[in-house]
Design a protein around this ligand. Structure first.
Ligand SMILES: Nc1nc2c(ncn2[C@@H]2O[C@H](COP(=O)(O)OP(=O)(O)O)[C@@H](O)[C@H]2O)c(=O)[nH]1
Ligand SMILES: [Mg+2]
Length: 210
């Protein structure tokens, strides 16, 4: 493959906000294949999505954890014309919420993850400095349960982000630690430097079949 051909597979022709849903009844019709992004509040999810989409602030980056309670949909067209919808799931911000809010969150997120026919992959985002936490394990467990609809198998991609915050000498060790804890391959990422961006796009395209 020439250098240019490789670039078009990870370059963005267009990216736009499509819809936000606060309950399952508000989800947009399942038309294009989707990949979803999940993680604890403040883990760097919006930054990672903006980095993938080569946009500064399409997905809102917030200093206040846990303020996104909706599922947001972003349509992207890649350099070679392939289309994919990126889905921003609400952050886990469990601690700050009431019991009622937690169960509403669980119903929305479980309903989407287990019931969406067009969903092909979920990116589970971990802060490389914090490692895998109980909420992350809950998510991985949920993703390993059978879906409620007929669809191709879901790919779980574990991404350890904010890699730039670790000294180079510690990066490999910490990534290995996350990999062991998750029992899955782990990709290091930094929205600050773009490290891991092209590799993540490659894996997303394979998982989505585009
Ligand atoms: N150094 C560094 N900071 C990051 C990175 N990703 C996110 N951040 C910062 O972490 C904070 C939370 O990021 P945000 O994307 O809003 O997290 P979200 O709540 O998971 O969507 C912001 O201050 C970001 O600038 C990264 O890869 N490196
Ligand atoms: Mg966010």
């Amino acid at each position: 493959m020439s250098r240019d051909a490789g670039a078009t597979l990870t370059t963005i022709k267009s990216a736009e906000f499509v819809a936000a849903a606060g309950e399952l009844g508000q989800l947009p019709p399942p038309l294009a294949v989707e990949v979803a992004f999940a993680g604890r509040s403040n883990v760097g999810k919006s930054s990672l999505m903006n980095c993938l989409l080569s946009r500064k602030n399409l997905v809102r980056v917030s200093g206040t954890p846990g303020c996104t309670r909706t599922i947001s949909f972003f349509a992207a067209e890649l350099g070679d014309g392939a289309r994919l919808t990126l889905v921003d799931l609400p952050g886990y911000g469990f601690a700050r919420r009431s019991k009622g809010e937690r169960s509403a969150w669980a119903e929305l997120i479980e309903g989407y993850l287990l019931g969406r026919v067009t969903l092909r992959a979920v990116v589970a985002i971990i802060d490389v400095r914090r490692g895998l936490e109980p909420d992350d394990r809950d998510l991985l467990e949920l993703l390993a349960t059978p879906s409620r609809v007929s669809r191709p198998p879901l790919t779980t991609l574990v991404v350890a982000t904010k890699l730039d915050k670790l000294p180079l000498s510690k990066q490999k060790l910490e990534l290995e630690r996350v990999k062991k804890a998750a029992g899955l391959p782990v990709l290091g990422f930094s929205a600050e430097t773009g490290h891991g961006r092209d590799e993540l796009w490659k894996r997303l395209r394979v998982a989505a079949g585009i």
